[in-house]
Design a protein around this ligand. Structure first.
Ligand code: 13P
Length: 338
């Protein structure tokens, strides 16, 4: 492992005002997204949709440092035969790859999940590196109830995240470590704080045990928010303050960057939260975005599967990307949403 190579990639991923486009929806998830706009999910329609995003050249250049891809996409060619990875690289974005095999039921713990995918990972990472991937993603799913996540769930998931991260670094691929505390539920914002801080503490213990070089990692966490079914919702300033308080206590300063998932927040709220945190500032790590839905919901809807809508969809994507760039710099304002 060459530490410097990893550090340079990690720093490029969170260069000022740049963030990650999460376009790594599995075949099942992208089908759900396409169902919502009445488009049939086929290899070609998935390619057309993603090609459209990656060819939004100026927005990619200005706002997007990397794109997380799914296995199908990293191997796919555009309609004109150019590999999709080449299109994003030409627009200045690093190809990344989702390498986990998904969250499965955790035996003995009803309602809890453990993310699988370590078997054969060394070989897959080496192939992905040859295909152009310079960073990877592994997502753990942590549901909140009165008793969950259990110690078993936290330990199994953070152990897997740390083993994944060590294998990535061996292959000179920067691991995005993603312990996602799910927003669904009626829990309070304080309970989200408690679970997130426990998860991050256990995660960094595991990363230390596996000798992971933190300067060559990126953290992809949830924000500290109220459960979606809770009638009492923390406001933007509370979310920003509690999230930063939690991270100052739990995330080592050696970590170069934190890129948030949007997790089901509305586009504008995900932007407002990120902006509020960067406005508070005085942070040891870069704070940016790695949004899936909060970057894609608007272009997906504008596209609707029709070639004539491509310019409108690209404009919608460019707008959200720019808003999130401003939020990553603490320079966004609601009046810019138009
Ligand atoms: P969302 O921003 O839609 O939560 O997706 C980000 C992601 O990659 C989750 O793993």
């Amino acid at each position: 492992m060459r530490k410097q190579v990893l550090e340079e990639i990690a720093q490029a991923m969170v260069a000022d005002g740049q963030g990650i486009l999460a376009a790594d929806e599995s075949t099942g998830t992208i089908k759900k997204r396409f169902d919502s706009i009445n488009v049939t999910s086929t290899e070609d329609s998935r390619r057309d949709y993603r090609e459209m995003l990656f060819r939004t050249t100026q927005a990619m250049q200005e706002n997007i440092s990397g794109v997380i891809l799914y296995d199908e996409t990293i191997r796919q060619k555009a309609a004109d035969g150019t590999p999709l990875t080449e299109i994003m690289t030409a627009a200045g974005a690093l190809p990344g790859i989702k390498v986990d095999a998904g969250a499965k039921d955790l035996a003995g713990h009803a309602g809890e999940m453990v993310t699988e995918g370590l078997d054969g990972l060394r070989e897959r990472l080496s192939e992905y590196h040859a295909l152009g991937a310079r960073f990877a993603k592994w997502r753990a799913v942590l549901n909140i109830t009165d008793t969950a996540p259990s110690a078993a769930c936290l330990s199994a998931n953070t152990h897997a995240l740390a083993r994944y991260a060590a294998l990535c670094q061996e292959a000179e691929i920067v691991p995005i470590v993603e312990p996602e505390v799910i927003m669904d539920g009626s829990h309070s914002v304080e309970r989200c704080y408690e679970v997130t801080s426990t998860a991050l503490t256990v995660l960094y213990e595991q990363l230390a045990i596996q000798n992971v070089h933190l300067e060559g990692t990126i953290l992809k966490p949830n924000m500290i928010v109220s459960g979606t079914q809770n009638p009492v919702q923390a406001n933007v300033q509370q979310v920003a303050e509690m999230t930063l308080d939690c991270f100052h206590k739990c995330v080592p300063q050696a970590v170069p960057g934190i890129v948030f998932l949007s997790g089901g927040q509305s586009d504008e709220l995900a932007t407002a939260h990120l902006d509020a945190m960067n406005k508070i500032g005085n942070l040891p790590w870069k704070l940016s975005f790695s949004y899936g839905r909060a970057l894609q919901a608007a272009p997906l809807k504008a596209w609707g599967g029709k070639a004539e809508n491509v310019p409108a969809a690209q404009a919608a994507f460019a707008h959200r990307a720019k808003m999130n760039r401003l939020a990553a710099l603490g320079q966004w304002d609601a009046s810019l949403e138009g």
